[in-house]
Design a protein around this ligand. Structure first.
Ligand code: NAD
Ligand code: UDP
Ligand code: UDP
Length: 375
C-alpha cells in the first residue's frame, strides 16, 4: 500500500450499527465523499435531518460550497477539503463513496493535450488555470482524474473502511452496462462496454471500483454496498457539465435552442434526486451487498424529454440537432425488481412532477451568473 497507518486507537473503533440513528446511545457517524456535489449534498441533508453526524470530504472539482452552506455552523456537520486520491484517517461508522468527477463532455486526447498535461504536472499549474486557458482540456484532465479517483480514491476509502470496520457504499453507475444488449437491464447483465473508447475512463473506472469493492468484501470482510445509479436530475445539478437534463433546462431558461444529439431517438430513464437518496440510505442500512439498480423505469427518448422541458418551461423553445458522441448507449432503463423486493424501495416522483422542482433553482443560479458577468 501507499501509506501504513498506526494510529494506536484501532481497538476503539466500533462496528457498524444496524440502527441509522446511532449506536449504543451514540450518534451514527457518517462520511460522504463527494458530498459537495449534486447527489452528495442532498444525501447529506437527509442524513443530518435524521440525526446523524456527517463529515463531507470533497476537493470541489465539480462540487460547490453553496450546496452545503446552509449546514455551516451546524455542530453535527463537518467539511474537509481533501482529494480522496490521497489517504485519510478518520473514525466513522459508514462511508458513502460518491467522489467522482462525473463529466460527460469528452474530447480526444491528442499530442497537444499530452504536452499540456506534462507542463501542468511539471509546473504545478492548477486545473482551474488550464480550464481557463482551454475549457476542452479541462475535461480531458477530468477524464484522467475519473480513472484516478475511481481507482485510487475507491482503494483508499476501502482501506479506511477495512481499518475501522465501517460499512462502505459505492455509487456505481448504469454506465457499467455500456451500450446494453439486454433491455431493461437487470443486475445480472455483465454489460457491453468498449474498453478503449472515449467514454471508457468513466465506465471502466466504475467497473474497476465495483471489482475493488467486491475484493475487499470477500478478501477483507468489509461490509460493502453497491448502487448502480441511473440518470438522476434535480436542484443543484451542475449547470454546465453537459448532461442532458441540465443542458435542456438551462437552455430553455436562457432562451437558447435545446441541443438534441443524434436523431434524439436514444432513450434514458430519469430519476428525481430525492428518490435516489432514499434508495441509497435503504441500501446502506439494509443487509444486502447488491449490486442494486437505483433508477426510475420511466423511459423517454431525448425528443420526448425535450417536449417535457418545453411544456414545463417554455413552449416556444426550439430544437437544434447536433452530432452525437461516440459509443452513446442507444437505450437504457433499469429493471428495479431486486431493489423493490430486497430494499422495499421504489421511486415515487415521475419526470413531469420532478422537472418543475428544479426550475427555480436553475433560474436563480443562471440569474446570479448573469449578474456576475455584469449583464
Ligand atoms: P457531482 O459532480 O455533482 O459530485 C461529485 C462530487 O465529487 C463533487 O462534489 C466533486 O467535487 C467531488 N470529487 C470529485 N473528485 C474528487 C476527489 N478526487 N476527491 C474528493 N472529491 C472529489 O456528481 P453527482 O451527479 O452528484 O454524482 C455523485 C456520484 O453518483 C458519482 O460517483 C457519480 O458517478 C454517481 N452517479 C451519478 C449519476 C447522476 O445521474 N447524477 C448517475 C450515475 C452515477
Ligand atoms: N488507507 C487510508 N486510510 C486508512 C487506511 C488505509 O486512506 O485509514 C489507504 C491506504 O493508504 C492504502 C489504501 O487505503 O493506500 C488501501 O489500504 P489497505 O490497508 O487495504 O492496503 P495495504 O496498505 O495493505 O496495501
Ligand atoms: N444529450 C443530448 N443533448 C445534450 C446532452 C446530451 O441529446 O445536450 C443526449 C446524449 O447524447 C445521450 C443522452 O442525452 O444520448 C444522455 O446523456 P447524458 O450525458 O445526460 O447521460 P448518459 O449518456 O451518461 O446517460
Amino acid at each position: 500500500g501507499l501509506v501504513r497507518f498506526n494510529t494506536g486507537n484501532e481497538g476503539a473503533s466500533l462496528r457498524v450499527g444496524r440502527i441509522p440513528a446511532g449506536i449504543g446511545g451514540r450518534r451514527l457517524r457518517v462520511v460522504v465523499t463527494g458530498g459537495a456535489g449534486f447527489v452528495g449534498s442532498h444525501l447529506v441533508d437527509k442524513l443530518i435531518g435524521r440525526g446523524n453526524d456527517v463529515i463531507v470530504i470533497d476537493n470541489f472539482f465539480t462540487g460547490r460550497k453553496e450546496n452545503l452552506v446552509h449546514l455551516f455552523g451546524n455542530p453535527r456537520f463537518e467539511l474537509i477539503r481533501h482529494d480522496v486520491v490521497d489517504p485519510i484517517l478518520l473514525e466513522v461508522d459508514q462511508i458513502y463513496h460518491l467522489a467522482c468527477p462525473a463529466s460527460p463532455v469528452h474530447y480526444n486526447v491528442g499530442v497537444r493535450t499530452f504536452v499540456f498535461v506534462v507542463v501542468q504536472w511539471l509546473f504545478g499549474i492548477s486545473n482551474f488555470v488550464i480550464g481557463f486557458l482551454d475549457p476542452s482540456l479541462y475535461y480531458v484532465i477530468g477524464d484522467l482524474q475519473d480513472k484516478c479517483t475511481n481507482v485510487m480514491g475507491t482503494l483508499n476509502m476501502l482501506g479506511l473502511a477495512k481499518r475501522i470496520g465501517a460499512r462502505f457504499l459505492l455509487t456505481s453507475t448504469s454506465e457499467v452496462y455500456g451500450d446494453p444488449l439486454e433491455h431493461p437491464q437487470k443486475e445480472t447483465y455483465w454489460g457491453n462496454v468498449n474498453p478503449i473508447g472515449e467514454r471508457s475512463c468513466y465506465d471502466e473506472g466504475k467497473r474497476t471500483a465495483e471489482t475493488l469493492a467486491m475484493d475487499y468484501h470477500r478478501g477483507a470482510g468489509v461490509e460493502v454496498r453497491i448502487a448502480r445509479i441511473f440518470n438522476t436530475y434535480g436542484p443543484r445539478m451542475c449547470l454546465d457539465d453537459g448532461r442532458v437534463v441540465s443542458n435542456f433546462v438551462a437552455q430553455a431558461i436562457r432562451k437558447q435552442p435545446l441541443t438534441v444529439y443524434g436523431d434524439g431517438k436514444q432513450t434514458r430513464s430519469f430519476q428525481y434526486v430525492s428518490d435516489l437518496v432514499n434508495g441509497l440510505a435503504a441500501l446502506m442500512d439494509g443487509e444486502h451487498v447488491g449490486p442494486f439498480n437505483l433508477g426510475n423505469p420511466g423511459e423517454f427518448t431525448m425528443l420526448e424529454l425535450a417536449q417535457v422541458v418545453k411544456e414545463t418551461i417554455d413552449s416556444s423553445a426550439t430544437i437544434e440537432y447536433k452530432q452525437n458522441t461516440a459509443d452513446d448507449p442507444h437505450m437504457r432503463k433499469p429493471d428495479i425488481s431486486k431493489a423493490k423486493e430486497l430494499l422495499n424501495w421504489e421511486p415515487k416522483v415521475p419526470l413531469r412532477e420532478g422537472l418543475p422542482l428544479m426550475v427555480s433553482d436553475f433560474r436563480n443560479r443562471i440569474l446570479n451568473e448573469d449578474e456576475g458577468k455584469g449583464m
